[in-house]
Design a protein around this ligand. Structure first.
Ligand SMILES: NC(=O)c1ccc[n+]([C@@H]2O[C@H](COP(=O)([O-])OP(=O)(O)OC[C@H]3O[C@@H](n4cnc5c(N)ncnc54)[C@H](O)[C@@H]3O)[C@@H](O)[C@H]2O)c1
Length: 470
């Protein structure tokens, strides 16, 4: 069994802003409390960057940019691989910090830092693909293209997997020769601060900055003229707000936004695999807080009753809310009191609109260890109808909606993969990511693709060169 480090030793000692290779206090001396969602206690307070701090950090990142883009691809790959190695070495402590600060159970978080490290290695390997082309010439005109970095890039990340997102999403822009500023989630910034501590000596000063803060910090990054691209892992309204604030500087954007994923089961489905897929796809482990959770399950009437019964049994056997830092815990809380209230409101609306509450539906009781935490029981509604709020809106909590269908036309106009309007389709399984396979959403779920060559190239711009040979 994995031996966990002492929490006091794992936590970051710095609570400020990391840029220009150094730690800074925020100009306005603003700090914000950060919580342990497992019991509602305050862990510590963390600096909040405002527009002055953002400006200082962006200037430092802009100063570091010319030297960073000038090093050879092989040297740059070496930096990224070193970062991956350091993150792997600290994977357990990073997981422990995230478990404490996000509420996601530690046993499941152990892989998050390794995913971040895998991204760094993957994009280090892809660096040779940052290259141009020659274009067939006509007459005496010779043309070729160069791919160049953009400059300073900012990446804003959500709270559900802070270290996986922050550690993994620096990889592509750095690989392409940009300098990067990460804004950690305001609810759970501690693992990102620890990341800054362990990577402080890996990259040259100014190449990687970690700027904790909330909305004003994100807004300042999206409007700053020297930030040449802004990306978000977050909600649809925030994506739209960033798109608007980035418009004045014509900044390109890259968005991974909300999801209301559907699991569609056909009559010939293998029942065992279906039950497993439905149960796991909802990500009850982190209280459903994943953009990829299959929160809508469409079951054919021929197997609906049997599958529901087995899924309910399976969920009850597998997911027991408990302290996130305990290795035995299988289900954590949601991130905050506000999130708990929002999810409970969705549950109330489901009942009110006539869905059948088949499981859960409230706050777990009887476990003193998690009293005061932001827990919600694993919840399943059946008899859900398309007009209900729980059917239409992203809940980002442990609430599954089950629909019964009989007519294929009614559930979907065309069953072929090509006709489904979604950015990722899994057949015979749910929700997995594969490095190299583009990940992203259609419609309001996002814009742009990550975890693939397209992500790397999206942090470059093309320069065309013409040589007249006449
Ligand atoms: N598609 C994906 O890969 C993916 C992955 C994880 C989470 N998500 C989505 O994230 C959401 C949950 O996270 P959340 O509630 O923290 O999202 P959120 O949109 O409220 O916040 C995300 C980040 O944006 C920042 N922010 C908020 N308003 C801003 C503004 N006006 N300008 C600049 N920055 C701003 C926040 O400080 C935070 O760091 C869900 O919708 C979920 O589906 C998507």
């Amino acid at each position: 069994m994995t031996r966990l480090p002492d929490l006091e030793e794992a936590l970051p000692t710095h609570h400020g802003l990391f840029y220009g290779g150094k730690w800074h206090s925020p100009c306005q001396k603003q700090y914000r409390e950060t919580f342990n969602p497992g019991n509602g206690s305050v862990i510590t307070s963390v600096a909040q960057a405002d527009h002055e701090d953002v400006d200082a950090a962006v200037q430092a990142a802009a100063e570091a940019y010319p030297a960073w883009r000038a090093i050879t691809p092989t040297q740059r790959a070496g930096y990224l691989r070193k970062a991956a190695e350091v993150i792997r070495k600290h994977a357990t402590e990073l997981a422990l910090i995230d478990a404490l600060n996000t509420g996601n159970p530690i046993a499941e978080m152990l892989s998050d830092a390794n995913v971040a490290a895998a991204n760094l290695d993957y994009f280090a390997g892809l660096i040779p693909m940052v290259k141009g082309e020659t274009i067939p010439r006509e007459n005496d005109q010779f043309h070729y293209t160069l791919r160049e970095p953009l400059g300073v890039v900012a990446r804003i990340v959500a709270y559900n997997h802070p270290v996986m997102f922050a550690g993994g999403k620096i990889a592509a822009p750095l690989a392409a020769g940009n300098t990067v500023i990460v804004k950690p989630p305001e609810q759970a910034p501690l693992s990102c601060l620890r990341l800054a501590e362990i990577l402080a000596d890996v990259f040259p000063p100014g190449v990687l900055s970690i700027l904790p803060g909330s909305v004003p910090c994100g807004q300042a990054l999206s409007t700053h003229p020297l930030v040449k691209k802004i990306t978000l892992i977050g909600s649809v309204p925030t994506g739209k707000a960033i798109q608007r604030s980035a418009a004045d500087t014509l900044k390109p954007t890259l968005f991974e936004l909300g999801g209301k994923n559907a699991l569609l089961a056909f009559p010939d489905a293998d029942i065992d695999r279906l039950v497993d897929g439905i149960t796991r796809g909802m990500n009850f482990t982190w209280a459903g807080q994943s953009c990829g959770s299959t929160s809508r399950v469409f079951l054919h009437e021929s197997h609906h009753d049997e599958v529901v019964l087995r899924v309910l049994e399976r969920i009850q056997a597998l997911y027991k809310p408990g302290l996130p830092t305990d290795m035995a815990t299988t289900m954590g809380p949601v991130i905050s009191k506000a999130a708990q209230e929002r999810v409970l409101d969705f549950i109330a609306s489901g009942k009110q609109e006539g869905a059948h509450l088949a499981l859960g539906g409230g706050i777990p009781t009887g476990n003193a260890a998690i009293e005061g935490g932001y827990f919600i029981k694993p919840t399943v509604f059946t008899n859900v109808q398309p007009h209900m709020r729980i059917a239409r809106e992203e809940i980002f909590g442990p609430v599954m909606s089950v629909f019964k269908w009989k007519d294929e036309e009614e559930v979907l106009r065309q069953r072929t993969v090509g006709k489904i309007d979604a950015g990722f389709i899994w057949v015979n399984q749910v929700g997995r990511h594969f490095l190299g396979v583009p990940f992203g959403g259609y419609k309001e779920s996002g814009a742009g693709r990550e975890e693939c060559l397209e992500e790397l190239l999206s942090f470059t711009q093309t320069k065309s060169v013409n040589i007249s040979l006449a």
